[in-house]
Every structure is written in C-alpha cells, then in structure tokens.
Design a protein around this ligand. Structure first.
Ligand SMILES: Nc1nc2ncc(COP(=O)(O)OP(=O)(O)O)nc2c(=O)[nH]1
Length: 293
C-alpha cells in the first residue's frame, strides 16, 4: 500500500480504537459480525465462489448494522485441524481486499499467525483478533509493529484437544490472570495499552460450568480496565442449556446471552446474527437512556 493506503488504515484503526473505548466506558456494546471463510462454512464451491460468498455475507452483515466484520480463515471449533499459512492467506486476503474497498465497516482479522496479521492489515484490516492471545512466535512483535486494536483471548490448550479435560483452580481468576499477563507482555513489547481488548474465550477449553462462571463474572473482567469482547453466539454451551442440537437453532439463546453480556459491560459482542443482536442492543440502550434522565 502507498503512503495514503497506510494513512487510511491508521485512520480506520484509530477510529475503531476510539469507538471500542467509548463502548467500554459508556456503552452501548459494538456488534462484531462473523465472516468465516472456511470450506465447512459455505456450500462446496471452489476458491472463487468461497470468496464471493464471504464478501456477500460481509456486505449483508454490514447492511444489518455490524460495527466490525471479523474475517477468519481457520476454524477454531473444538477438534478443528490447523490450516497452513498459504491456505489461510488464500482464503482471507481476497475477502479483506474486496470488503475493505466495498464497505467502510472496519475489518478484524481472526488469526493466530503473524504473517496473516501483517498481510491482512496491509489488505485493509483495522484490528487483529487472536484466539491464541498472541502466543505464536513473533505475534507480539508483529502486533506491536502493526499498531492496530488487538483482541487477546484466553484458550486452555488448543482447538484440537481443548475440550478433553478442561480444568482450573478457579476459572475466573485463572482466566483473568492469563489475560492480564498477556496484556503485560504486550505493553512491555510496545503495544499501546489503548489498543488492547480482552476476551475470556467462551468454549475454548471450558466446561459448561466454567463458561457460565465466566459469563456471570464478565462485569468483574470488564472492570479490570480493558474493553472486553464476548463470543457466545450459537456456541455449543447454548446447545447444552437449551437442547438445540444445531447452531442455527440457537438464535434465542444467543440473543439472551448477548443481552446479559451487554448488561455486564462487554464492549464488543461477536455474533453470527447481526440484525437481531443490533435490535437487542438498541432496546437495552433505550432503557438505559431513560433511566439516566
Ligand atoms: N475473540 C474471539 N474470537 C473467536 N473466534 C472464533 C470463535 C469460534 O467460535 P465458533 O462458534 O466455534 O465458530 P465461529 O464463531 O467462528 O463460527 N470464537 C471466538 C471468541 O469467542 N472470541
């Protein structure tokens, strides 16, 4: 990207950082729409069809009111197999390039690989979302160099094995300590504290009880001093509670936990169902304004 390209990214990243902090300090929560560019997320079209469908999906979520679009090329579902760098780049970069040109909703790259972070920001992404908390070699240095908002998420183990036997001394304090330690490491490496977002990682090495304890303690996490991102949408924990086997049957449960997370001070809600979640946040926000008059 030329100098102005870089400038554009900086502006988008700076504006996004400010919006995240406003959501953290005074609400309402921002809605982050999920755009998965993984073979299992679309009908078995080829590479081009996949990118087309992902761009269309992103544009639809933007039209529904998404404040951020989270683009991911590697499934992190329990049991998921890792994806190589070239494959991940081939999936997400074309989508980010097209989306960042066709709509002005800021884009977040959902990746743990430094090379993908760099290429995605060059292609127009304004945020990094790392389920691995920047623990890959070179990830912290790369994020420091890119200087965009970064979500640090807690995961116990790795997607392939994390749900085998999750165990904690005390899940809330263990997760909080991990996130604070990652935030410390990032700040020591030169990341701007104002760019850091923390995420307890619902479903990432947690039993249902662990997930519910973390949801109940979300206000405690939100008081640590960093904006909090909550990713609960359609997750299997909701299936356990409601008996809804299929993710697309979990809209009501997803909206319930989105409201709970918003009320507990989450700054960003990462969801599949953008239009519905935007309405939930609007209704909640309207009641807040009345009470403050
Ligand atoms: N920051 C953050 N990023 C995430 N990325 C992927 C998934 C995986 O969610 P899953 O339902 O397995 O798949 P997806 O939501 O990508 O369809 N969850 C999170 C999360 O909770 N927080």
């Amino acid at each position: 990207t030329g100098p102005n390209g870089g400038k554009m990214h900086d502006d988008r990243a700076t504006r996004l950082k400010e919006r995240i902090h406003r959501a953290h300090e005074q609400g309402p929560a921002l809605v982050m729409g999920i755009v998965n560019v993984t073979p299992d997320s679309f009908s078995d079209g080829g590479r081009f069809e996949q990118a087309e469908q992902a761009v269309e999906h992103g544009l639809r979520l933007a039209a529904e009111g998404a404040d951020i679009l989270d683009i991911g090329g590697e499934s992190t579902r329990p049991g998921a197999q890792p994806v190589g760098i070239e494959e991940e780049l081939a999936r997400v970069i074309p989508v980010i390039e097209r989306l960042s040109r066709q709509c002005d909703v800021p884009i977040s790259i959902d990746t743990s690989k430094p090379e993908v972070m760099r290429a995605a920001v060059s292609a127009g992404a304004a945020m990094i979302n790392d389920v691995n908390g920047l623990r890959a070699p070179g990830a912290v240095a790369t994020a420091a160099e890119l200087a965009v908002p970064v979500c640090l998420m807690h995961m116990q183990g790795e997607p392939r094995t994390m749900q085998a036997r999750p165990s904690y001394q005390d899940v809330v304090s263990d997760v909080r300590d991990f996130l604070l330690e990652r935030a410390e490491v990032c700040q020591r490496a030169g990341l701007d504290r104002a760019n850091l977002v923390l995420d307890p990682g619902f479903g990432f090495g947690k039993t249902l009880e662990h997930n519910l304890a973390l949801l109940n303690a979300l206000d405690e996490l939100a008081r640590i001093g960093f904006p909090v991102l909550a990713g609960l949408s359609r997750k299997s924990m909701l299936g356990r509670i409601t008996g809804r086997e299929r993710p697309d049957q979990r809209l009501a449960a997803s909206l319930a936990v989105a409201l709970i997370a918003a009320q507990k001070g989450a700054a960003i809600l990462r969801v599949h169902d953008v239009a519905e979640t935007v309405d939930v946040v609007k209704v909640w926000n309207a009641t807040r304004e009345v009470s403050s008059r």
